[in-house]
Write a protein that binds this ligand. Structure first.
Ligand code: KG4
Ligand code: ZN
Length: 355
């Protein structure tokens, strides 16, 4: 079924997969009429990580004011709204349920169709917003606090899993090393700022799995441990007492960041070699990292690969990337009110066979 839409038609998109509560009103032509993101960083800071139960409760408090703000800002008449879209997977179960319940209630109350979307696919879709032409087929590369995965994206929603982290996600490793350096949560952006004053060649940290050209996987857990042992000395348990100079901290940050970037760039280029695709689309929170953007761009330029990276404000979680729902709406692919949250990761089960 093909649905005829006008460029003025709007959808309301809702995002609550992790610790950002977000809503946006987006036209079919990609114009963002209203947007609101409520972060929860201060709530999770003392735990140096996202606490699922706290996240779910905070979503519950924020979801209606956030949606209200986006709609009021958009100034649309309700008859322009053609659907309510919501990210239903992957994510934290309690967090997903808050967004999904709100979306279902509004869809029912307003008699609008409901559309469930995949959060990881939305991160890649964000790379094409404002691009003008389709970004598919491409290598979709999502690097965030919860994901570090490569996909063969045949279209916006037809994906095959190529490889990903076998332990920590890259953003998670950034956040954990940031804690070792005494930086506040989420430490990725602060660690990256500290790294800009350090020497990326001062310490030789490992590049896990980088030399294994048979697989498109990542492993950041051992790298994190290597940083910890560098700080404390091998085998030491109580590293909290170690005093680091500012220069030490800057060098550790720069060298850790460089190891992560080398792995990310190396495997992205290997994915191109293995699939024959000539376009990489990079999204997710860590894609906001300036050095990663520059170094992946340089690698792609030298190999004739087209690179599209989500705009920095669309890298971390937001609802604007929920414009992905238009792809399903155009095909008349709506969901019923039976739609459920699927917390698990986007692993091979969702796409075709792993290559
Ligand atoms: O996409 P996102 O908002 O949430 C998930 O879906 O996980 O990503 C958040 C992650 C955090 O781990 C944060 O530290 C990391 O992205 N991050 C960065 C930078 N900005 C955000 N990591 C490194 N450098 C940055 N500039
Ligand atoms: Zn995300």
């Amino acid at each position: 079924m093909t649905i005829h839409l006008s460029s003025d038609d709007c959808l309301l998109a809702i995002e609550s997969t992790c610790d950002e509560t977000a809503a946006a009103v987006i036209t079919r032509s990609g114009c963002v009429l209203g947007e609101c993101v409520a972060t929860q960083e201060t709530l999770h800071e003392q735990f140096a990580g996202v606490v699922p139960e706290i996240a779910a409760r905070a979503h519950l408090e924020r979801i209606l004011p956030v949606i209200d703000t986006a709609i009021v800002q958009s100034r649309i008449a309700m008859d322009r709204l053609v659907a309510v879209a919501v990210a239903t997977h992957p994510g934290l179960p309690g967090s997903l349920l808050v967004g999904l319940s709100a979306a279902k209630a509004l869809a029912l109350a307003w008699s609008k169709p409901l559309v469930g979307i995949n959060h990881v696919q939305a991160h890649v879709y964000a790379c094409g917003m404002g691009h003008g032409s389709s970004i598919y087929p491409c290598i979709g590369f999502v690097v965030s606090g919860g994901h570090t995965s490569l996909y063969h994206c045949h279209s916006a929603t037809d994906w095959a899993y190529l490889g990903g982290t076998i332990d920590d996600a890259a953003g998670e490793a950034f956040d954990k090393v940031a804690v070792m350096l005494g930086l506040p949560f989420p430490g990725g952006p602060q660690l990256s700022a500290l790294a800009s004053s350090g020497n990326p060649r001062a310490i030789q940290f490992p590049r896990p799995l980088l030399d294994d050209h048979t697989r498109l996987d990542f492993s950041f857990s051992g790298l994190k441990t290597a940083v910890r042992y560098h700080i404390a000395g091998t085998g030491q348990k109580d590293w909290s007492l170690i005093e680091l100079s500012d220069q030490d901290k800057m060098d550790i940050a720069a060298c850790f960041q460089q190891s992560v970037i080398d792995c990310l760039v190396g495997k992205a280029v290997l994915a191109v070699k293995k699939t024959g695709l000539k376009r990489i689309c990079l999204g997710g929170g860590v894609a906001a990292n300036r050095r990663l953007r520059e170094q992946l761009q340089a690698a792609c330029d030298s190999k004739g690969i087209e690179l599209l990276i989500a705009a920095p404000e669309l890298c971390t979680d937001n609802a604007v990337m929920g414009a992905l729902a238009w792809e399903k709406i155009e095909r008349g692919e709506y969901d019923s009110l039976e739609l459920d949250a699927q917390p698990g990761l986007l692993r091979p089960a969702l796409g075709a066979k792993r290559r």
